[in-house]
Design a binder for this molecule. Sequence first.
Ligand code: TXA
Ligand code: MG
Length: 325
Amino acid sequence: MTIRATTDVGDAVAALRDGGLVALPTETVYGLAGDARNQPAVARIFAAKGRPLTHPVIVHLPDAGVLDRWAAFVPPWAQLLADAFWPGPLTLIVPRAPGVLDTVTGGQPTVGLRVPAHPLALEVLRAFGDGLAAPSANRYGRVSPTTVEHVLAELGDVLEDDRDVVLDGGRCGVGVESTIIGAWDDTPRLLRAGAVTAEQVIELTGRDVSRVDGGVRAPGTTAAHYAPAARVMCVEVDALSATVSTLTGRVGLIALSTVPLPDFEHVRLATPADADEYAFALYAALRAADDAGLDVVIAVLPPDSGVGHAVRDRVQRAATAGVRA
Ligand code: TXA
Ligand code: MG
């Protein structure tokens, strides 16, 4: 039978205890969760996504109190971040505790940990009582889901109605994946931009942040990673007129409501008022472009501050994927 979405946390926890998978909402994007101590369950997450086994997955925790079951060591500056931002859109990559599955860490000596802020995810985690491995609930290389409809479109035919559960928690509030900070020595490393910004990390820890999100990336965050089928072109506001004058085909547009538009035929995919709304709207807009069969999506980049940095990063990756395809 085709799997359908539910809000029954009890069913979700029972499925996890039996080694099943649960697609669940977090405040960033939907995740595909399984018991992080259960090797066959974690293996099924990779199979469902079509994800290479070398890509580590994030372990989601009910609270920071269980950190030492998963981390061999947490630098004091990283503990400050956990105290300040958990539950919330921050993942810490720390040295792993003994017994953490190799499948979870992709064979790395580190493990990625976060406490998500969505009430349903927290309810599931607290009832389950320990770590849930959960990458974003999309097929490998595709845009992360921010609604339960996206999850069903991505994974509806690989999840099994009699052992897995899809939880409906509405639309994800943040809309882009968590900030990832490497925390294995004295230096905070920004491995993936998100709603928690480098500036916030600097302010809280009093340390410089090494920004590697645009260069060397965490395994699994390859440049061409968040891609719709339509060709994505990202442009700064000043370059919009020149870009649209060269276009053919059906064009979609994502731009802040404040951006002045040249005269050109297009489908408006999103009109966010600020960077937060841009993050919230981005992935749904990219999916809408594919649903409408558009050829090109022009994404006018928001200013590089706050979550705008993460939006720029995701749009640039989507554009890179188009160039390579
Ligand atoms: O917001 C999010 O982080 C969402 C929600 C579901 O929590 N999850 C998510 O997971 O985006 P995923 O698997 O799509 O991306 C996790 C990324 C990996 O691609 C990898 O870059 C990094 O986290 N990661 C996880 N564990 C790591 C480790 N031990 N070492 C280095 N990078 C790691
Ligand atoms: Mg992902």
